[in-house]
Design a protein around this ligand. Structure first.
Ligand code: R5P
Length: 263
C-alpha cells in the first residue's frame, strides 16, 4: 500500500490500538436536518475531542468545522437522493477527487446498494472512486447500505462487504448482525459498524462491545451518540469499549457518571 494512503488510514484507524471511533454526522445528505443535527456545528463542538474522525459531507465540513481543527475527515462523496424521492439506492458521486484533496480529507466514503436495482451503478462508482483514490493516495470507505426489502443478516452483509473489498475498498462500514464473525472473517479489509437507529444507551454500548468482540475494528456511529441525552458521555463510553476493551458495565458507568456530573 502506498505511503500516503497508509498515512491517511493511520490517522483514522489509530495505530496504538488498531481501532477507531468515527463520528458519523453525514445523515443530512439524504435526510435533511436530522434530529440532533439541526445545527451540526453545535453538535460537533463538544464531541470533537473524542472523535477519531468525522464522517460528513463537503457542505457541513465547510460550514461547521474549523480548518484549524485537528480531526481527520472521512468525506461522504455519494448522494443525489432524498428520503422523499423515488429510490434511495440511486446514488451517484457528488464530489470530485480533486476537491476531496483540496479539503485535505483522510478518506472518502460512498454507499453501495447490493441487491437493489442500482446495484451495478453503485458498485461501478465504488470501483471508479477506488481508481481515483489510488492516483492520490486517498483511502475509500464503502458503506453497505441496506434497502428496506433486504435482510440484515450475515449472508447478505458478508456478500456486500466482500464485494466492496473485492472492488478495492480499503475499509468497509456495515451493520452488526448475528454471526458477525463470519462477516469479518470473509472480508479481507477492516470492518466498522454503523450504530443504526437510536436505542437505549446501554444497548448501544452492547452493540459496540459485541461488534469489536466479533472482530470489527470499531464504530462509525451517529444517532446513538448525538441523539443521546448525554452525547459526550456516550462517545466517551464507546471509546472505553473500542480502545480500552472495557466491558459494557464499566462503559455504561462512565456514561452515567458524565451524565450526572454537575456542569
Ligand atoms: C448512512 O448511510 C450514514 O452513512 C450514517 O452515517 C450511518 O448510518 C451511521 O450513522 P448511524 O450510527 O446513525 O447509523
Amino acid at each position: 500500500m502506498d505511503w500516503g494512503l497508509k498515512n491517511r488510514l493511520s490517522r483514522i484507524i489509530k495505530p496504538e490500538t488498531g481501532r477507531t471511533v468515527m463520528l458519523a454526522i453525514d445523515h443530512g445528505y439524504f435526510l435533511g436536518p436530522t434530529s440532533g443535527l439541526e445545527e451540526p456545528k453545535e453538535t460537533i463542538k463538544p464531541l470533537l475531542p473524542y472523535a477519531d474522525s468525522l464522517m460528513l459531507t463537503r457542505g457541513i465540513l465547510r460550514a461547521s468545522v474549523n480548518a484549524q481543527d485537528d480531526v481527520p475527515v472521512v468525506l461522504r462523496v455519494s448522494g443525489g437522493t432524498s428520503v422523499i424521492g423515488k429510490s434511495l439506492a440511486n446514488e451517484g458521486l457528488t464530489v470530485s477527487m480533486e476537491d476531496a484533496l483540496r479539503l485535505n480529507v483522510s478518506a472518502v466514503a460512498l454507499s453501495i446498494f447490493v441487491g437493489s436495482e442500482y446495484e451495478k451503478e453503485t458498485l461501478l462508482s465504488l470501483a471508479h472512486l477506488v481508481d481515483e483514490g489510488q492516483k492520490y493516495g486517498i483511502p475509500v470507505l464503502a458503506v453497505t447500505a441496506v434497502g428496506k426489502e433486504m435482510n440484515r443478516d450475515a449472508r447478505y452483509l458478508s456478500l456486500c462487504c466482500r464485494i466492496a473489498a473485492e472492488l478495492g475498498a480499503h475499509f468497509v462500514k456495515t451493520y452488526y448482525c448475528e454471526n458477525f464473525t463470519q462477516v469479518v472473517k470473509e472480508c479481507p479489509v477492516p470492518v466498522v459498524i454503523a450504530g443504526g437507529k437510536k436505542i437505549e444507551e446501554k444497548a448501544a454500548l452492547e452493540l459496540a462491545f459485541n461488534a469489536v468482540s466479533d472482530g470489527a475494528i470499531g464504530v462509525d456511529m451517529g444517532r446513538n451518540i448525538f441523539q443521546s441525552d448525554c452525547p459526550v458521555g456516550m462517545i466517551m463510553a464507546v471509546r472505553e469499549i473500542v480502545h480500552k476493551k472495557a466491558k459494557v458495565k464499566q462503559a455504561f458507568e462512565l456514561y452515567e457518571e458524565i451524565k450526572h456530573k454537575p456542569r
